[in-house]
Design a protein around this ligand. Structure first.
Ligand SMILES: Cc1cc2nc3c(=O)[nH]c(=O)nc-3n(C[C@H](O)[C@H](O)[C@H](O)COP(=O)(O)OP(=O)(O)OC[C@H]3O[C@@H](n4cnc5c(N)ncnc54)[C@H](O)[C@@H]3O)c2cc1C
Length: 336
């Protein structure tokens, strides 16, 4: 029997809205994508991301649902986006912080211990500076801006109607999927922003093939190689919704930690700096919230890239069969 298709409006063209539009259009639904800003991504959180696909490393602080859904997230990115780089993640600590590495190993799974000699063989750019490392082979990453542009092109190629500069409530649709990120606070009152500051540098001397996380008691940091000599150095986690420029203190912390990881960063050129606000619910778990003719997909916090494709599949299954996964189909805590 032919599947019933719907006319669907998606609000918001961040990573979440783009994956929703793409997945639903590929399944035969008639999709219109509304983005408030005339220039896509101009006011989105998404371009600020790492964008690491790191369900195992995130186990350190996130609930099991992130790990479980995240594995599917990597598989979906790899199926759709050729720019997905599946080289794993390295977690390192300086000699004096060796205990941090043991703690991180206990809190997470799916890793392999590397001695300093193993580390030098896997990632020569990190040789001779660390007590050892944890290698998370199943993790992946990508550069967010090319990935977002790829998704936008893919959405258009699938026949989605794009309405840029239109933030009005869509009228002629069977169903509206709300992916407005932090702007949905008007209807999801417990949503909050968590500020993440980051610096992007270009270096011809640093050569890293995979994201690395430095376990440091004061300045935990990660460095993500985006290709073409670009490295994202991030990121703070601050209870604030302020975006815009980063503070001098954060710049010093991030850049000096990067320099400790690899002194070759001293000669790097600073290309961009800035902060995004991650949309998050009080428990930092993502939610799909259906309400009469409307579905909110929000609260992806530190995991928007990792989880956007999975939540798109879950919404498509709900629209077509009514299936709900209780791990993510949960009301805003204010409504319970
Ligand atoms: C520094 C930093 C590092 C991060 N690193 C990672 C990482 O390594 N891995 C990972 O998975 N995640 C990471 N994240 C998290 C990730 O970036 C977010 O979870 C994700 O971007 C949220 O996407 P979104 O589509 O919900 O929101 P947004 O990207 O904010 O998109 C919402 C869109 O809705 C639009 N909009 C608003 N109002 C309206 C309206 N009325 N009508 C139409 N459109 C509207 C906005 O203009 C915007 O384009 C990081 C975030 C930060 C800040």
């Amino acid at each position: 029997m032919a599947r019933r298709t719907h006319s669907i409006a998606v609000r918001g063209a961040g990573v979440v809205g783009l994956w929703q539009a793409l997945t639903l259009a590929r399944r035969g639904h008639a999709v219109t994508l509304y983005e408030r800003t005339p220039h896509p991504f101009a006011e989105a959180c998404s371009p600020y991301a790492g964008a690491m696909l790191a369900p195992r490393c995130e186990e350190e602080s996130a609930e099991g649902v992130i790990r479980d859904l995240g594995k599917r997230g990597i598989a979906l990115w790899r199926e759709v986006y050729p720019g997905t780089i599946a080289n794993g993640t390295l977690v390192v600590a300086l000699h004096r912080d060796r205990a941090e590495l043991d703690r991180f190993a206990r809190m997470t799974g799916g890793h392999q211990r590397l001695s300093p000699t193993d580390l030098a063989a896997v990632e020569p750019g990190l040789a001779d500076r660390f007590a050892g490392a944890l290698l998370y082979e199943e993790e992946a990453h990508l550069a967010p801006e090319p990935a977002l542009r790829f998704l936008l092109d893919a959405v258009i190629a699938e026949g989605v109607t794009l309405r840029l500069g239109d933030g009005e409530m869509p009228k002629a649709a069977d169903l509206v999927i709300d992916c407005r990120g932090l702007a949905a606070k008007d209807e999801l009152p417990t949503l909050r922003g968590v500020r993440g500051e980051r610096v992007v540098v270009r270096s011809r001397e640093v050569d890293l093939a995979r994201p690395m996380r430095l376990l440091h008691p004061r300045f935990p940091l990660y460095v993500v190689p985006w290709g073409d000599g670009l490295y994202m150095i991030g990121a703070t986690v601050i209870e604030s919704e302020e975006t815009g420029a980063i503070t001098l203190r954060s710049a010093l912390d991030l850049l000096s930690a990067a320099y400790a990881v690899n002194p070759a960063f001293a000669e790097a050129e600073i290309v961009r700096q800035g902060a995004g606000a991650r949309p998050a619910f009080p428990d930092n778990r993502p939610r799909i919230i259906p309400r009469k003719g409307y579905i909110y997909v929000n609260g992806l916090y530190r995991h928007g890239f990792l989880l956007a494709p999975v939540l798109a599949d879950l919404v498509a299954a709900y629209v077509e069969t009514g299936a709900t996964d209780p791990e993510v189909f949960r009301e805003d805590p204010a409504q319970r």
